[in-house]
Design a protein around this ligand. Structure first.
Ligand code: F0G
Length: 469
């Protein structure tokens, strides 16, 4: 284990430290979440961000090719020889100018960080590569997570590809809500051979059960309460900087579910500033689905703030009690973020504080419209990802974000994760593999692209093409 890295309680009043290999996910003194922390005085972080460019020339080395590990000097908890990688993080910062104008944002100022390009099709691979590195160092044979789909897909993929140092395989165990996850994601967990437990409950129930299983049978927990996951996810920010030739954007806009990304992004910028690698920190906008709006409710409506670790627990508990009493569960078309009790709430409050953040909520219809807009411009994403663009439209309309600002929206997952949502938007029909007859449906979306049923006849086919152009 690296002696220059350790676990540390995030509570400023506690700050207890633990060995890097302590099998814990929260502070054993005060129960707060833990960070992976570094003794930077004994390490040699890069003196400039440009220094990372030297790794572009050594891409034949898998850890220099990885979009996570080429920044390993900023997450130095493992030796090079211990790193697990399958080439994650080959993402591209896109600049879709026509989409920018429709928001409206000045051309050149809208960037989409397209995390759907990852090997399992979502940003989760950034975190899994780091968590698997630690699991392998600890010799953990069984790793598990609760998931709305993407975490389970990523865990299942890494589990099938990773062997322990002694050559033994690793076993992935995933807890998903029965009927709660998109088929693209379920198919991945099954195909990669993970033990897939379909629990009669939602994500919040799965999360509670997997934590119990972790305590009871030592299942190593790979959800974002595992602080190593967040170390990997910090690199999304480094790749954005790389894509902008190391210039800091004005805003980062991200969908919020379990708030792992939000937390990781905050930590990334706090560290970059502390290390003198950036001169300023961008602002953060976290976007909840209206049907899963815990952070919006607490932060925007009820004014809960990080407050140097003294955040208002009573208001949070009251909100959770109200939800329980009313039997209120999260519910949104964006199933990836259908979460009512985000485990990283406290770290997210810290990130919002450091990044002068805002939180808003968007409806399912707004999400679907922006998902179609993203698709129309050639960058497919799943519904949860499009919450970022829907949030940006709202924040431009109410003047929070200026149209001259340089904005990066995180597209967290690939469109093929949830094709049912896409087909339903374009056809108005809920069934799979449907053939649409003229007049059979009436989709109302602004970008709806209804398929046309045509006889197997070349004259009719040509007529259909010519009458549509
Ligand atoms: N977007 C997508 C596509 C996701 O899969 C998730 C989370 C989020 C956004 C929210 O990210 O939790 O960091 O705030 N999916 C988790 C899962 C919960 O189980 O796949 P977050």
């Amino acid at each position: 284990m690296c002696e220059t890295a350790f676990l540390q309680c995030i509570q400023p009043a506690c700050r207890a430290t633990f060995a890097l290999n302590a099998p814990i996910y929260e502070c054993s003194k005060c129960r707060a979440l833990l960070d992976v922390a570094y003794d930077w005085n004994r390490l040699t972080p890069p003196s400039t961000l440009q220094a990372f460019e030297k790794r572009w020339a050594t891409r034949s080395n898998p850890i220099d090719f990885s979009g996570v590990w080429r920044f390993r000097d900023l997450l130095p908890f493992a030796k090079d020889a211990d790193l697990v990688t399958i080439g994650e993080g080959q993402t591209i910062l896109q600049t879709p100018d026509t989409a920018a104008m429709s928001l409206p944002l000045r051309p050149g100022n809208l960037h989409l960080q397209y995390e759907g390009m990852n090997p399992s099709g979502s940003f989760k691979d950034n975190g899994m590569t780091a968590a698997f590195t630690m699991a392998r160092m600890l010799g953990k044979q069984r790793v598990g997570c609760a998931s709305t789909g993407n975490t389970s897909a990523s865990l299942a993929m890494y589990a099938s590809l990773t062997r322990l140092p002694n050559g033994q395989p690793m076993r992935g165990v995933v807890f998903v809500g029965a009927g709660k996850i998109a088929f693209g994601k379920l198919s991945q967990a099954l195909d990669y051979g993970a033990l897939t437990l379909q629990i009669d409950g939602d994500f919040d129930a799965c999360m509670a059960r997997v934590r119990e299983a972790a305590d009871r049978i030592g299942l190593y927990l790979m959800n974002s309460v595992n602080p190593f996951r967040l170390e990997g996810q910090k690199t999304i920010m480094y790749r954005i900087l790389e894509g902008l030739r190391w210039q800091v954007p004005d805003w980062i806009v991200v969908p919020g579910g379990n708030l792992g990304n939000t937390s990781a992004f905050g930590k990334a910028w706090i560290e970059l500033k502390q290390l003198g690698l950036v001169s300023r920190i961008p602002r953060l906008a976290v976007i909840n689905a209206a049907g899963a709006n815990t952070l919006y409710e607490l932060y925007t409506r009820r004014g809960v703030r990080w407050n140097n670790g003294n955040w208002d627990c009573d208001t949070v508990c009251n909100h959770y009690d109200e939800m329980t009493k009313q039997g209120r569960k999260a519910s949104t078309i964006a199933t990836a973020i259908e979460i009512a009790r985000p485990v990283n709430l406290s770290k997210a409050l810290r990130a919002l504080d450091a990044m002068n953040g805002v939180v808003c909520e968007v409806t399912d219809d707004e999400i679907l419209e922006e998902k179609a807009l993203v698709g129309r411009h050639g960058f497919g994403c799943e519904p949860a990802s499009a919450a970022s663009v829907a949030g940006l439209r709202q924040l431009l309309a109410n003047g929070t974000i200026d149209r001259d600002a340089r904005v990066v929206c995180i597209l967290t997952g690939h469109a093929l994760k949830d094709p049912d949502a896409t087909v339903k938007y374009h056809t108005g029909i809920d069934t799979k593999g449907v053939t649409v007859s003229p007049g059979a449906s009436n989709p109302t979306g602004r970008h709806a692209n209804l398929p046309i049923r045509v006889a197997d006849n070349i004259d009719e086919i040509c007529r259909a093409i010519e009458s549509s152009s």
